[in-house]
Structure formats: structure tokens, C-alpha cells
Design a binder for this molecule. Structure first.
Ligand code: NCD
Length: 316
């Protein structure tokens, strides 16, 4: 069965949007991520990606996404080439994205790309023969983050269906929540969106949820939404996407999660954040049982190990 799925659906498959995957396929990836856990922790080692090269092309800043992809590749015996700063590449000389992709394609077996423009990963996939993995395209989507978020929720809560999940912060520009809202709706979660009025979830994502039979509630009142929540997913206000600094200054610090805010929450509430956090979560929360964000960030390694091995057509 698994062999069939690997051959049919993943070998050479691009990962551009979570919407390109069925629930069955997502479950399969999450299952593989679970198998990767001891390998991600370095407790076991198998060089199933020996001889393979991954390109990591980061046109935007990154800490976790790039390093966890690199760790994932290295943990499976593969190698990594790439850049974290496009100003040190021929982009600076005016080279097109298409040409950069053609080169990376000829030097490696898979390409991870993060780019400020929405749709850039989809475009890259058109110029590459090897699989392209979208590590975030502007305010668009972030499918590999979505998979590690799902993996985290499923591991902690056993199931996603009917769980009350609050997404809070910059729902307009936050690509992680665009992917996650869709996927959570696919699993039948009970969704609540909390944001400042001008940073609401885009209509498109809202409609995607509705089509899947989930009607998210919208509000700006976090205290109320937290009360009976199982998961609180916090996001950073995406400063770099604001056309106007004044607008950013009006909303920065709109929501701040601290112990006082969490005092009436369920004891089992988990607080997640794709990170980096700036002011949204007070460090005092780090020492509570609610704080899941660092474990969530670690889960990027097994999840990306699963994706790299599946898209290379190899398995443990
Ligand atoms: C997020 C991103 O880049 O979209 N970070 C990440 O990949 N872990 C969230 C953010 O930058 O706020």
C-alpha cells in the first residue's frame, strides 16, 4: 500500500499548496513523519538520501524553515547547497527567477524555495524537472509549515476533528494560517479567527473552509475565544508585508499572550506559533505546560524528512 502511494503520488511531486493534497495523502505524510522521529532526534540513522543534493533558495529571511530542511536532509545522509541571501547571487545582476531555477535544477535533485512573491513557487515548478517545495511565497501559502503544524496538533491532541482551534493575529498577510485554516477545515476542526479588523482572514480562505463544511467564527475578542479552546495558534503581525509603516504601527501589539490571559483557559490548551515571535507571546508563557511552539519548531525536522524522502521516492 505504502509502496503504491509513494510511486503513484509522491515521487517527484511538487509541494506548492496544501490544497494539492487529499486528506488521505496528508495522513500518509504525517504517518511517515512519525516514523522519522527517532531519526530526526539522531537516535537512529539511515542514509536513504545518500548521493542526493537539495537546493535551498531563500529569497526571504528564515531560521527554522531553512535550518530544519537542512537538518532533515543531513539526517538522511543527503547534502545541501543554496543561499540564504539573494543579494549574494546573480539575482543582484538582474537574473530572472526562471534562470536561477533552471540552474538549481541542474545542480540538485530537489529545490526548496522561499520567495516574497505569491505564486513564485508555482512558477519555479514550471521551470524545474525535480520536485519543488514551497517554503513560503509572500502572503500566499506555506504548505510544509502546515504539515508540521498538523503533525504537532495530531500528536498532542490525538485527533483534529471537532477540536476548537483559534487562529489569532495577522490573518491577512500570514501565509501559515492561510494553509493551516484550509487543512484544519479538511479535518473538520471547529475554527475561530481572531484578528484586528483590518487584518482579517482573506475571503478566499474563508470560502475554502466553508466549501469543506466548516463555518469559522470571526471576532477581535481573544479572551472570549480562548475560553474553551484546545489550540491557540498565534501569529506575528507581518511587518514586511505592510505597504505603509503607519498602518503597521496601529496594529502592532494588538494581541499579547501572557499568563494572565491564559488563566481561564483549559489546562490542556496548547499554544502554538510558527515563530519568529516578536511581542505576541510573553516569554513567561514558555515555562507553562501550554507552550508548544519550540516542540512545534522541532517537528519541522521529521515532517521535512518525510517530505524529502517521499518526493525522492525512497522510504525508510
Ligand atoms: C513563518 C513564515 O515565514 O511565514 N515562519 C516560519 O516559516 N516558521 C511565520 C512568520 O514569519 O511570521
Amino acid at each position: 500500500m505504502s509502496f503504491f502511494l509513494i510511486q503513484m503520488n509522491f515521487d517527484g511531486k511538487d509541494i506548492i499548496s496544501i490544497k494539492d493534497f487529499s486528506k488521505k495523502e496528508i495522513n500518509f505524510i504525517l504517518e511517515k513523519a512519525k516514523e522519522m522521529l527517532p531519526y530526526a532526534k539522531g537516535e537512529k540513522y539511515k542514509d536513504i538520501l545518500k548521493g542526493k543534493i537539495l537546493s535551498t533558495l531563500f529569497f526571504e529571511p528564515s531560521t527554522r524553515t531553512r535550518l530544519s530542511f537542512e537538518s532533515a536532509m543531513n539526517r538522511l545522509g543527503g547534502r545541501v547547497i543554496g543561499f540564504a541571501d539573494p543579494s549574494a547571487t546573480s539575482q543582484k545582476k538582474g537574473e530572472s527567477l526562471a534562470d536561477t531555477i533552471r540552474m538549481a535544477d541542474s545542480y540538485s535533485d530537489a529545490i526548496v524555495i522561499r520567495h516574497p512573491q505569491e505564486g513564485a513557487a508555482r512558477l519555479a515548478a514550471e521551470f524545474a524537472n525535480s520536485p519543488v517545495l514551497n517554503a513560503g511565497d509572500g502572503a500566499g501559502r506555506h504548505p510544509t509549515q502546515c504539515l508540521l503544524d498538523l503533525f504537532t496538533i495530531q500528536t498532542e491532541k490525538k485527533k483534529i476533528n471537532k477540536k476548537k482551534i483559534v487562529l489569532v493575529g495577522d490573518l491577512k498577510y500570514g501565509r501559515t494560517v492561510h494553509s493551516l485554516a484550509y487543512a484544519l477545515a479538511l479535518y473538520g476542526a471547529n475554527l475561530s479567527f481572531v484578528s484586528p479588523a483590518n487584518l482579517k482572514m482573506p475571503k478566499e480562505v474563508n470560502n475554502e473552509c466553508k466549501k469543506l463544511g466548516v463555518e469559522p467564527t470571526h471576532s477581535s475578542n481573544l479572551e472570549k475565544a480562548i475560553k474553551d479552546a484546545d489550540v491557540l495558534y498565534v501569529t506575528r503581525i507581518q511587518k514586511e508585508r505592510f505597504p505603509d509603516a503607519e498602518e503597521y504601527n496601529k496594529v502592532v501589539g494588538s494581541y499579547k499572550i501572557d499568563n494572565e490571559m491564559l488563566k481561564n483557559a483549559k489546562r490542556s490548551l496548547i499554544v502554538m506559533h510558527p515563530l519568529p515571535r516578536v511581542v505576541e507571546i510573553d516569554p513567561e508563557v514558555d515555562n507553562t505546560s501550554h507552550a508548544l511552539y519550540f516542540k512545534q519548531a522541532f517537528n519541522g525536522v521529521p515532517t521535512r524528512m518525510a517530505l524529502l524522502s517521499l518526493s525522492s521516492g525512497v522510504t525508510l
